[in-house]
Design a protein around this ligand. Structure first.
Ligand code: 9MR
Length: 842
């Protein structure tokens, strides 16, 4: 021990087991430890990589490895505890050791020379004791450390702790986020066609002047702001301003108002070009059961996680929780749900659905070779390859024939206990378990498998058939057990994802099964469901637990023969009108504005944008598309915190999302989340201890902190990136419309084949000279031979070209061609979306 250290220790009073008078006084001071009771998991406690902290029976426990030399070879601790010089503190905790051991409890400087302000050697027993000490801080320090040094034992042992408390000193400091300039813009940029709006935070109540400046600081537009009063979502007095009239592309524009200058932004047609692929590439690095190749994702390579290799205990032969089943399943693969290592069928369901829906909306958007994944180059769209990685996992979660609840899907599979951060997937030592089957999971499987059956048909008939069979089995099993709900208390080691109303999952599954098969049973179910006609467009948006909207969107957009299809389509437009009204009233342009923001609010914002975008697809009306663009502004910087919620997009962006492997904030050897990763965003309920410490009393938009410990406000998940993929693909779609109308009629049909006639009408005012018409088949159809046009087919995409003699279509005129086709999978749905010379008809 150094002399300096010895002198400091002389300052300390240590009274074990009974509180001294000084401790009583300090006891009245504020609590400095966060989550000392482990009621909310283990965060923000950390541990050295050779042990993992997990909650067990309400205590935090760790298996301490044997064979280490020094006490500091195994540490558990908490950082960032403020100490005030001269203040007396009371430090208490309860701890056990099995077998009994002498531990080391320290409060110290977090860096070399690790000066110890309190050092105690508690004699830990198997039954456990409460320990109590006081000390007077010799220095003021914003970031002292509480640590338990547990190394130095030849044999392994087990340590548990609870009720850790450090009382005294100053009230914890108010957290003030750095929100930068008061002019809030989409920091990535604006599309030339607009809209282009910004929000100014100010005390002024009268209109103010604003100026738009280009990169050379020349003023290129100006105007006055519109005072909007106090915004409830932020508590700020705000104005809005509209610079939509300026359409000149350029980089490094700024907006100035009220003496403040915004962060720079671009105006350009290509601002969303990279986002869809980045948002989609996120899924490869979330994959379980496969090595992530560094050459495909430089800086993100890692060994396969949960591929049956120690110390992993999964996922090739995963048993059930005790008493739940008598078999094991191979559930290797799929995507990790979020920052944890769990895999949940309900959340996987909506995620894979939204990726497949993005593909079904525009089958040409994510072709082969665009995502740099191991399957790139296999001739199939990369987005389907990525979706299949998850879909195969969902299929593997189905209860085998001959077992109780056969055909249902297990709700989830995850670690028995929560693990600490960071922890790379392949290093997770926890036992993995299957949790009981649930009706919700079963219906997620039915829905996605039915959708996969039609989308994979042109590429892999065997996989398509496997999915359709699984979907039918799942549907029958869900009908047989319509109310097997996941336990809301089953939240140790993984999320509960409980949902006590699955009527919406039934509706969504029936819709997918109907679209794919056209069968009466599913049509009747859809038509009879209360969700078919009710107002499903809740202001909070749809998510993994509210899926009726998915059924409605699918029935509106994917060809089917529902008798009231027109009404369904109109209902989507009604939903969009609702979100448009919310957005118009909101000074930050948010189409989501409940009095308190939900967990993952950014995801709900995006899902409301999906409804607005679909209304644009259905009607062609510009105002819905403008609403989607304006909604995206919020996520990319036009918000109360003046930050982008997408990693790598915008000058100030989330980069410390809660994750066990993109844990750069905790370990500089690890990466930040990849470009294009969405943060969950403001969450009024701030369930995690860090958010509770920093954000108490926050207004909704301020209930967010870009810190890895804030799992309630700053996680990343597969179901939050999926609407980011969908919406950014919509935004990147240049959306040019052509003046044309296409009539597609399937005439004769015979077993396995049909004849179709296609008429292109020029509805514009100018003649078309030379044409190419493109569409996608939805039912696995193939063109056999054509007349009056040259047809070629790649996968499901068909391209028809004129034959010169019919290359000109005058205004108001039509050209017609036809073909014979084969019809692979029963129903023969007509394509609905046609592109003439690259632009969409309608
Ligand atoms: O996103 C989920 C949110 O809607 C729930 O309210 C919350 C509590 O059950 O769980 C969230 O999901 C988390 C899951 O439980 C575990 N993996 C990370 C998920 C995102 O935070």
């Amino acid at each position: 021990m150094t002399r300096c250290r010895a002198a400091l220790l002389a300052l300390l009073t240590m009274v074990a087991l009974s509180p001294a008078p000084a401790a009583m006084a300090a006891d009245e001071g504020p609590e400095q430890i966060v989550n000392g009771s482990f009621d909310t998991g283990t965060a923000p406690w950390w541990s050295t990589g050779n042990t993992a902290l997990a909650v067990e029976d309400g205590r935090a426990c760790a298996d301490v490895p044997g064979g280490t030399a020094n006490p500091w070879d195994v540490i558990i601790g908490q950082n960032d505890l403020p100490l005030v010089a001269g203040e007396t503190y009371a430090y208490r905790f309860f701890a056990t050791a099995t077998p009994a051991k002498v531990g080391k409890a320290l409060i110290q400087l977090p860096v070399d020379p690790w000066t110890q302000y309190l050092a105690a050697n508690p004699e830990l027993s198997v039954s456990g004791n409460a320990y109590s000490y006081t000390f007077t801080a010799p220095v003021s320090l914003p970031d002292a450390q509480v640590v338990f040094q547990l190394g130095g034992s030849a044999e392994p042992w087990r340590f548990c702790m609870d009720d850790v408390s450090l009382k005294g000193g100053a009230e914890p400091e108010e957290y003030e986020p750095d929100t930068g300039p008061r002019v809030r813009v989409n920091m990535v940029g604006y599309l030339p066609a607009g809209p282009k709006k910004a929000t100014l935070v100010t005390t002024a109540t009268e209109p103010l002047d604003w100026e738009l400046k280009d990169a050379g600081k020349r003023t290129v537009a100006s105007g006055t702001t519109v005072p909007r009063g106090v915004d409830a979502s932020s508590g700020q007095n705000v104005h809005t301003l509209d610079f939509g009239a300026h359409r000149e592309p350029g980089e490094e524009y700024t907006l100035t108002a009220d003496g403040e200058t915004s962060r720079p932004f671009d105006i350009g047609a290509g601002i969303y070009d990279r986002l869809p692929a980045d948002a989609l590439k996120f899924y490869y690095t979330q994959r379980s059961g496969i090595e992530i190749r560094d050459e495909l994702r430089p800086g993100y390579g890692r060994p396969a996680g949960h591929a049956g290799i120690a110390p992993n205990q999964g996922d090739v032969s995963v048993p059930c929780q005790p008493g739940v089943c008598d078999y094991s399943l191979n559930v290797k693969g799929g995507w990790y749900d979020a920052g944890d290592h769990g895999k949940y069928v309900v959340n996987g369901g909506i995620s894979v659905h939204q990726l497949m829906a993005a593909y079904e909306r525009d089958k040409t958007a994510f072709g082969d070779g665009q995502l740099d994944i191991p399957e790139s180059g296999n001739g199939r769209p990369d987005i389907l390859d990525e979706a299949r990685w998850e879909q195969e996992f969902l299929l593997s979660m189905q209860v085998p024939d001959g077992k109780p609840h056969a055909g249902m899907a297990h709700h989830k599979i995850h670690d028995r206990n929560w693990t600490g951060l960071p922890l790379l997937p392949h290093l997770d030592p926890q036992l993995r378990e299957l949790h009981p089957p649930s009706t919700a999971a079963t219906l997620n499987l039915a829905a996605t498998a039915a959708q996969a059956a039609r989308l994979f048909a042109p590429y892999d008939a065997g996989f398509a058939a496997r999915n359709l069979k699984a979907a039918r089995r799942a549907w029958a099993a869900a009908k047989a057990e319509p109310a097997r709900y996941a336990d809301p208390n089953d939240g140790v080691g993984g999320g509960a994802y409980n949902d006590g109303d699955v009527s919406d999952e039934f509706y969504w599954a029936a819709a997918e099964l109907y679209i794919t098969t056209g069968e009466k049973e599913f049509r009747d179910f859809v038509l009879a469901s209360p969700h078919h006609t009710g107002d499903v467009w809740r202001e909070r948006g749809f998510d993994w637990g509210n899926t009726a909207q998915l059924g409605r969107l699918e029935l509106a957009t994917v060809p089917n023969a529902l008798p009231d299809r027109e009404r369904v389509r109109r209902s989507v437009v009604e939903g969009a009108e609702k979100y448009l009204a919310v957005q118009t009233a909101h000074p930050y342009g948010l189409p989501y504005n409940p009095p308190d923001f939900d967990w993952g609010s950014n995801n709900l914002v995006l899902n409301n944008l999906v409804v607005l975008a679909t209304a644009h697809d259905l009607t062609g009306q510009e105002r819905y598309r403008a609403a989607v663009r304006e909604g995206m502004d919020y996520l990319l910087g036009r918000n109360a915190l003046n930050q982008s919620y997408v990693t790598g997009y915008g000058e100030v962006a989330s980069k410390n999302q809660h994750s066990r492997w993109y844990a750069r904030q905790l370990d500089p050897a690890l990466p930040h989340p990849p470009r294009g990763t969405l943060a969950g965003g403001p969450n009024s309920a701030i369930q995690d201890p860090l958010a509770q410490r920093l954000l108490r009393g926050c207004k909704p938009q301020f209930c967010y902190v870009d810190d890895i410990e804030s799992w309630a406000t700053n996680e990343l998940t597969i179901n939050w990136n999926s609407p980011l993929v969908w919406v950014s693909a919509f935004l990147a779609d240049k959306g040019e419309r052509a003046d044309c109308r296409v009539r597609y009629t399937a005439h004769g049909s015979w077993p396995g084949g049909f004849t179709a006639q296609v008429a292109i009408e020029n509805t514009g005012e100018r003649a078309v000279h030379g044409w190419t018409l493109r569409w996608s088949f939805l039912g696995g159809q193939r063109v056999e031979h054509a007349w009056s046009a040259a047809l070629s087919q790649s996968g499901s995409v068909v391209t028809a070209r004129d034959l010169r003699w019919n290359g000109t279509i005058k205004p108001g005129q039509k050209v017609t061609f036809g073909f014979n086709g084969t019809d692979a999978s029963g129903p023969n749905p007509a394509p609905e979306v046609f592109h003439l010379n690259g632009a969409r008809c309608g």
